[in-house]
Design a protein around this ligand. Structure first.
Ligand code: PBG
Length: 331
């Protein structure tokens, strides 16, 4: 049978299966559940801090003492995981607080795991929030030096695992970081700690609000020397392939919405769990338009999250996680 015959009108009427919500539900190909969401958190020093991030309405800087309440809320919404970002007390050339045992992220891991041992605590492994220059690695002669950065990333990942992280997620885009982190974890007796690699991470303007939130904008230059060039899709598959070869357990495409083609190609090519990062700029756009009354925020956000799932993501890292979990309940 050819499609020419089977889909010819009037024998075929595709509208027949769209006539009621019950029918539409039966033939729905993609379903969205809070179980695939990961909620990013920005943790700061201090006490009793819950300060809204201006460019990310509904997202907050939280101090350690506010994390237990957050864990409880996520549990009630059935969002299983968080991704931690930290704002250090001070920054330096080598990003020392990133790998300090009493660093902000390490403390946050402990606080969250003691509040709820079942919460999946994922840590972002990168130096950009911790370096005075704001780059994701060590700067040598005005350039981010790949190989000397690897050791610091590995130290950071091990210190997160030691604090109790369930999963470490390197986001720096240095070559060879997954292998370096894998062998450092193994050596430190964390052979069971998985790695979620930000495998295909683009040099994107959609990270703008995040850089305000994490105070991690590069002080000089940009990240185009290490993050991927947006026009490239085949290269993304090579990046993913390399990270898998180095031992990644989960691979990620980031951002999500403008890169659904990359996600879909990655889905077709690789069998590992695939994550997509619905980034800060994507979130901010929806909220800004909704605030102006230009878009229906909940509908648009759920449509975007569904599209990310449909393109092939198993896991969606999203600032919408909590509100989307609520909206899904109301439907
Ligand atoms: C750290 C990091 C960034 C994001 C996640 N991890 C910023 C960047 O690379 O500049 C962006 C997340 C977002 O925009 O929501 N390297």
């Amino acid at each position: 049978m050819t499609t020419e015959i089977t889909t010819r009108f009037p024998f075929t009427r595709l509208r027949r299966l769209r006539r009621s919500e019950g029918l539409r539900r039966l033939v729905r190909e993609t379903s969205l559940s809070p179980h695939s969401f990961v909620y990013p958190l920005f943790v700061v020093h201090g006490r009793d801090v819950r300060k809204e991030i201006p460019s990310m309405p509904g997202q907050y800087h939280l101090s350690l003492d506010r994390l237990a309440a957050e864990a409880e809320e996520l549990r009630s919404l059935e969002v299983p995981a968080v991704l931690l970002f930290g704002l250090p007390s001070s920054k330096d050339d080598a990003g020392a607080e990133a790998y300090a045992d009493d660093g902000i992220v390490q403390e946050a891991v402990r606080a969250l795991k003691s509040a709820d041992p079942e919460l999946v605590v994922i840590t972002d492994v990168c130096l950009c929030e911790y370096t005075s220059h704001g780059h994701c690695g060590v700067v040598v002669d005005g350039e981010v030096d790949n190989d000397s950065t690897l050791e610091l990333l590995a130290r950071t990942a091990v210190s997160h695992a030691r604090a109790g992280a369930d999963l470490v997620a390197p986001s720096d885009m240095m070559d060879g970081r997954v292998a370096a982190i894998r062998s450092a974890l193994d050596e430190a007796s964390f052979a069971e700690t998985p790695i979620m690699a930000y495998a295909a991470k683009y040099a994107s303007a959609f990270y703008g609000p995040f850089r305000d939130a994490a105070e991690s904008a590069p002080q000089l230059g940009d990240r185009r020397g290490y993050q991927m060039d947006p026009p490239n899709a085949r290269e993304a598959l090579r990046e993913i392939d390399a990270d898998i070869a180095e031992g990644a357990d989960i691979v990620m495409v980031k951002p999500a919405l403008a890169y659904l083609d990359v996600l879909s190609q990655a889905r077709a090519r690789f069998d590992l769990p695939l994550a997509a990062y619905n980034v800060s700029g994507e979130y901010a756009m929806v909220h800004a338009a909704a605030r102006n009354g230009w878009l229906d925020g909940p509908s648009v956000a759920l449509e975007i999250l569904t599209a990310i799932k449909r393109a092939g993501a198993d896991i969606i890292i999203t600032y919408h996680a909590k509100e989307a979990a609520r909206w899904l309940r109301e439907r």
